[in-house]
Ligand binder design. Structure first.
Ligand SMILES: CC(C)(COP(=O)(O)OP(=O)(O)OC[C@H]1O[C@@H](n2cnc3c(N)ncnc32)[C@H](O)[C@@H]1OP(=O)(O)O)[C@@H](O)C(=O)NCCC(=O)NCCS
Length: 324
């Protein structure tokens, strides 16, 4: 019986790109077999992930906007106020090279705002950042992590343990025409707890902190529909000076009429604005309504999960791509 001998050699082959080759060699009767011919730079422990600080917001915003994500420093400030330890900066030595954010809602968490500087890509940094964020969420008791992926990255996230769930369209209209709608009751401090409870049953996680910071913020919109004493759906919209995002909306499965009334009630207040919405492609009736008032698809994303699927099959509009 001959015991193979294992040796590891490390060669730096490309100084400029800081790319290393690790060769793991099993030696048997003088024959050599390379078992690993390349190990990512992240293995060399040059990449580090640190919590995002307020002085990093400008870097994060500039990096995000290289992807035309239309972010402002306030967006990162908002993320950090919701999840102070869940916003990350990736460093290559002392240089900032990437960002990611995540948020925990009890057993469900969400991952987003994920980008690595172009010249650093393909060296394992992005994978390291995803794993770091997922570990952070697991440490907070999260069992299911969701994200919205560009279609070309489904395989990348698949390699990191995420499964495809459904296709979403991000739709947009540059100047919404007036939409007529019947009046619906407004969500306020007196009834927000019922809305949060209803949202939990559909979404599967507790979005209290997020919903309160949207719904109770002056200038934003929110309406609900109830039948008997039961809430069957609600919608909220974040309204900026010249644009608005419609969502979250959650509505009882199959209750398309309620969903349509909610969306119309919001759109009636957004005339003239640049309006965005992200909805599952399978929700044809809502897509039709939005198309009839001028919305067009900007791009698609895939909702993916790691861990058990926690959301119920409700009618749904995303709150944002980075928070679910
Ligand atoms: C996605 C991203 C963060 C990955 O960072 P990274 O440091 O390159 O990631 P890693 O080195 O760990 O993994 C690279 C893998 O990503 C995949 N990948 C990255 N960009 C890709 C693209 N445009 N199309 C297809 N696959 C891609 C490849 O599978 C690659 O694997 P390979 O090394 O075997 O070729 C980076 O490509 C990026 O910043 N992209 C632009 C922003 C973006 O799309 N964010 C994600 C929003 S869902």
């Amino acid at each position: 019986m001959i015991t193979p001998q294992k040796t590891i050699t490390l060669n730096r082959v490309n100084l400029e790109n800081k790319c290393y080759v690790v060769t793991l060699v099993w030696t048997n009767f003088g024959q050599q077999t390379n078992l690993i011919d390349r190990a990512p730079y992240s293995l060399m422990r040059m990449f580090k992930v640190k919590p995002m600080r307020p002085e990093d917001f400008v870097f994060a915003t500039e990096l995000a906007n290289t992807m035309n994500w239309n972010m402002a420093t306030e967006d990162f400030q908002f993320m950090k106020s919701l999840e102070p330890d869940g916003c990350f900066i990736l460093f290559d030595g002392s240089k900032k090279v990437g960002i990611a954010t995540c948020i925990s809602y009890g057993k469900v968490g969400w991952f987003g705002n994920f980008i690595v500087r172009e010249e650093t890509r393909g060296k394992g940094a992005g994978s390291l950042l995803v794993k770091h964020a997922v570990d952070y969420l697991h440490g907070k008791g999260v069992e299911t992590v969701g994200l919205y992926a560009y279609p070309n990255l489904i395989k990348f996230y698949g390699n990191l343990g995420f499964r495809f769930d459904s296709d979403f369209s991000v739709l947009h209209t540059p100047a919404l025409d007036g939409v007529s709608a019947g009046a619906l009751p407004i969500v306020g401090t007196e009834n927000i707890k019922c809305i949060e409870k209803f949202d939990r049953t559909c979404f599967g996680g507790d979005r209290q902190k997020l919903l309160e910071s949207i719904i109770l913020e002056e200038g934003n919109l929110s309406y609900y529909v109830s039948e008997g004493n039961e809430v069957v759906g609600y919608v909220a919209s974040t309204v900026y000076e010249t644009m608005a995002w419609v969502g979250p909306l959650t509505c009882q499965e199959g209750n398309v009429d309620a969903a349509v009334s909610l969306i119309k009630a919001v759109l009636a207040k957004l005339a003239g604005l640049n309006v965005y919405v992200a909805l599952p492609k399978k929700q044809g009736a809502i897509a039709q309504l939005l198309s009839s008032v001028g919305f067009k698809e900007d791009f698609s994303v895939a909702r993916m999960y790691s861990g058990p699927v926690a959301a119920k099959n409700c009618i749904y509009l995303a709150e944002s791509l980075e928070r679910g």
